[in-house]
Write a protein that binds this ligand. Structure first.
Ligand SMILES: Nc1nc2c(c(=O)[nH]1)N[C@H]1C(S)=C(S)[C@@H](COP(=O)(O)O)O[C@H]1N2
Ligand SMILES: [Mo]
Length: 415
C-alpha cells in the first residue's frame, strides 16, 4: 500500500500542530528539556530540533501514526530483509518512553501469589546466572491491519506494517521461573514496565499484560537485552524486555522491571474489556459485545506480506517479475504461500523456506509472468500447518479492530 499524498499532508499538518503545541508548552520531549526562552521565539520560527522519528533512529520513510504516544509503522516494501533491521522496526507505545534509563542500575523483581521464592535480580545477575539464547522472533501488533475494518474502530489505523522479525538474545523466561519456583496453582504471568501512563498518573500502568504459564515456559520465550547483536534501543524496551513470538506483541513487555506469577488470568492494565480481546463468536459489524463474550487473543493468525516489488511497480512485457516476501502463522508454521494475478480466480505456488527457528517468519519467492500489457494486482495468501488460509477479504469485524489477516495486495503495471 502506498501512502497517498493526502495522507502525507494530514501527517504534516498533524506534525505542525504538534510542533505548535510543544513550542507553546516550551518543552522538547525528545531532549526532555525546556526551551528556556520559549516566550521569545519569534512567531513562525520553529526550533531546529523537534519531535521527529529520525531522533528515534528510524528510517525516514517509516510512517508516524501518532506522536503521543509514539506509534510508527513500516511500509511493506521496507520490510524486505529476512531479519528486520532496527531502523525499520515498527514502534508501538501505550505510554511515554522512560527517561534516564541506566542498565547498570536496572533490576527485575519476580513476585506474585504463585511464586515460591520472590526475588530481585540485577541485570548483571540475570546475564551471569542463566544461559543465553538467540532466536529470530516475529512480533506483530494485534491491531496490525486495523485500517481495513469497516465500520472503523478506535485505535492506531495501522496498514500492514506493524510486524517485525528480529534476532533477540536473552535468557529463557522458563529458566528464571524454574529458579524462583512456581507454585502448583500458577496459571499466568504478567509484566510491569517502567514507561508512564499518558495522564502522568504514576499509580497507573500504561499497559500490563502477560501470557499463560504454558506460553511462558516455551523454549523461545525470552527475557532479552539484545536485538540484532546490540543493546535493545530505548524505544524498543532498553535495557530488558519480554519477547513472546507469535502472540500479540502487546504481551512482549518493554522496559520490564517486574514479572508477577499469578494464580488467575493476569488482571493488569489492558487485559480487560475490548483490549486485545475479540468476540468468542462472529458478531454483526459495529455491534456492542458483552464483556463476558470477549476472549483474550492468543496465537496470531496466518499472514503474509509482499515486500518486493513495491506496490506501483512498472514492468516491461515479456520480462518475468521476481516476487518475494514473508509469511508467519503465530505459534504454527506456514505450510504454503500462493499468489494470484487474477484477483484470486487462480493461484500459483511459491518457493517457501523453512523458518530459521520456531516462531520466526518464513521467506517465500516466485517469478511471475504476465499474459499482456495492463494493470494487474498481485495477491498473496499463506496457509498454516493446520490447513487454515488467509481470507481474501477482511475477516470477522471485532470492536477494537484486531487480527485483520486479509491477503496483502500490490499493484503492477505491465508496459
Ligand atoms: N512496557 C510496555 N511494553 C509494551 C508496550 C508498551 O506500551 N509498554 N506496547 C506493547 C505493544 S501493544 C506492542 S505491539 C509492542 C511493540 O513493540 P515495539 O515497539 O518494540 O515494536 O510492545 C508491547 N510492549
Ligand atoms: Mo500492539
Amino acid at each position: 500500500m502506498i501512502f497517498s499524498r493526502e495522507n502525507m499532508e494530514t501527517m504534516k499538518n498533524k506534525r505542525r500542530d504538534f510542533i505548535k503545541k510543544s513550542i507553546s508548552g516550551g518543552l522538547l520531549a525528545t531532549f526532555a528539556t525546556d526551551i528556556v526562552f520559549a516566550d521569545k521565539l519569534p512567531q513562525g520560527i520553529q526550533p531546529l530540533i523537534v519531535e521527529d522519528p529520525n531522533l528515534l533512529g528510524k528510517h525516514k520513510d517509516l510512517v508516524v501514526l501518532n506522536e503521543r504516544p509514539w506509534n510508527i509503522e513500516t511500509p511493506a516494501h521496507l520490510l524486505d530483509d529476512a531479519i528486520t533491521p532496527l531502523d525499520k522496526m515498527f514502534v508501538r507505545n501505550n505510554g511515554t518512553i522512560p527517561e534516564n534509563v541506566e542498565a547498570k542500575n536496572w533490576t527485575l523483581t519476580i513476585e506474585g501469589e504463585s511464586v515460591k521464592a520472590p526475588k530481585t535480580f540485577t541485570l548483571d545477575e540475570l546475564k551471569k546466572k542463566f544461559k543465553h539464547y538467540t532466536y529470530q522472533l516475529q512480533l506483530e501488533c494485534a491491531g496490525n491491519g486495523r485500517s481495513g475494518f469497516s465500520p472503523q474502530t478506535a485505535g492506531n489505523q495501522w496498514h500492514e506494517g506493524a510486524i517485525s522479525c528480529a534476532e533477540w538474545t536473552g535468557i529463557r523466561v522458563k529458566d528464571l521461573l524454574q529458579y524462583v519456583g512456581l507454585k502448583e496453582d500458577a496459571v499466568y504471568i504478567g509484566y510491569y514496565g517502567k514507561d508512564k501512563h499518558l495522564s502522568g498518573d504514576t499509580s497507573k500502568a500504561p499497559i500490563s499484560r502477560g501470557v499463560p504459564i504454558t506460553k511462558a515456559l516455551e523454549e523461545e520465550s525470552l527475557l532479552a537485552w539484545q536485538v540484532n547483536g546490540q543493546d535493545i534501543p530505548l524505544v524498543h524496551g532498553f535495557p530488558l524486555r519480554l519477547i513472546f513470538g507469535g502472540w500479540p506483541a502487546s504481551t512482549s513487555g518493554k522496559w520490564v522491571e517486574k514479572i508477577v506469577v499469578r494464580n488467575k488470568v493476569h488482571d493488569g492494565e489492558k487485559m480487560d474489556g475490548t483490549h486485545y480481546r475479540v468476540p468468542a463468536y462472529p458478531v454483526e459489524p459495529g455491534s456492542k459485545v458483552a464483556e463476558a463474550d470477549m476472549k483474550i487473543i492468543e496465537s496470531m493468525p496466518v499472514k503474509s506480506l509482499i515486500t518486493y516489488p513495491r506496490s506501483g511497480a512498472i514492468v516491461e512485457q515479456g520480462k518475468t517479475l521476481p516476487l518475494r516476501g514473508h509469511a508467519w502463522a503465530g505459534d504454527l508454521r506456514v505450510s504454503a504461500v500462493h499468489y494470484s494475478i487474477d484477483f484470486g480466480a487462480t493461484w500459483q505456488t511459491t518457493i517457501l523456506q523453512a523458518p530459521k527457528n520456531r516462531l520466526a517468519w518464513q521467506q517465500w519467492s516466485a517469478e511471475v509472468s504476465f499474459p499482456s500489457k495492463g494493470y494487474y494486482e498481485i495477491w498473496v495468501k499463506a496457509t498454516d500447518s493446520k490447513g487454515v488460509a488467509q481470507p481474501m477479504v477482511i475477516p470477522a469485524w471485532n470492536p477494537a479492530g484486531y487480527l485483520n489477516n486479509a491477503c496483502h495486495r500490490i499493484a503492477v503495471k505491465i508496459i
